[in-house]
Design a protein around this ligand. Sequence first.
Ligand code: A2P
Length: 307
Amino acid sequence: MSPIPNLKLNSGSLMPAIGLGISAGTLQEARDKAHVWIESALKSGYRHLDTAWLYQTERAVGEAIRASGIPRSEIFVTTKLAWHHHACVEKAIQDSLTKSGLDYFDLYLMHFPQAAAYKDNSFETPLDPRGFETILENPTFNEVWADMEKVLASGRVKAIGVSNFSIKTIQQLLKTANVVPAVNQVELHPYLIQEELVEYAKEKGIVITAYSPTGKAKILADPVILEIAAHHDATTAQVILAWHVARGVAAVPKSTNAERQMENLQLAELRPEDIQRINDLDRNERISNKAGLDGKMLGWTYEQLGW
Ligand code: A2P
């Protein structure tokens, strides 16, 4: 089993290649209790935590870090700007800092390229973020990025990046950006390998982070991955996570279970032919954020998203 490497961001900082995904569903009670399993992950050795304003787990992240006794400087913490906060980036980052009780975040991502508004136009969100009312034309993500660059300059975040962006939307962003995104976090797993995006990001010096990285039960039971796992005396999650890292991609698997948290930090040592066989499983299949019956993913078509 291999140790977890660090990936160097274009900002100069180091990000552990495996982090803990910290979404906790739509029930506030579960979100408030997340500190318990975040703390267990820190005890297991996680030093990269991935939260978001929309997950409503920033408070739990701060609590777990303080309870762990681990110096803040040893933990890499990411949060994300909610899509209904695109017109109030300053207020949003301040709120994330206040909720978490942290002085800074290591990485601040624009969660989605699209901007949304809720019915009551409130800063707080309904428990289910899908309850948005309208997709807004303005501000554009280029304008939002300029505001995120100001937050970066203030030192309250050490790096900025994007999430759910494509080659098309990154190209559009780079037309006006002064700072190249450090990271683009996207859905990525063996059924959606995103080869072109991974190559493009490499050329631009952008690190790709995979969400839904194991592909959950369906891909964890794929016969090819089971076969590779048996060869290495590893679990299928350990094989899939090792495949991400072998591609130079970071991954943020979520697990609330202490044993599986530990399992996900121990990567199999894959042979080149294993990596090729996993690449060949690609079906361009999304399992997390995908278009609904209206042909749109949270209000945008795949064409708008560049997916
Ligand atoms: P649990 O929290 O009970 O461990 P992803 O991060 O790829 O979206 O996957 C999250 C889901 O996968 C969670 O339901 C989590 O359940 C489960 N999971 C995470 N790690 C493993 C693992 N090593 N083996 C099996 N299931 C896992």
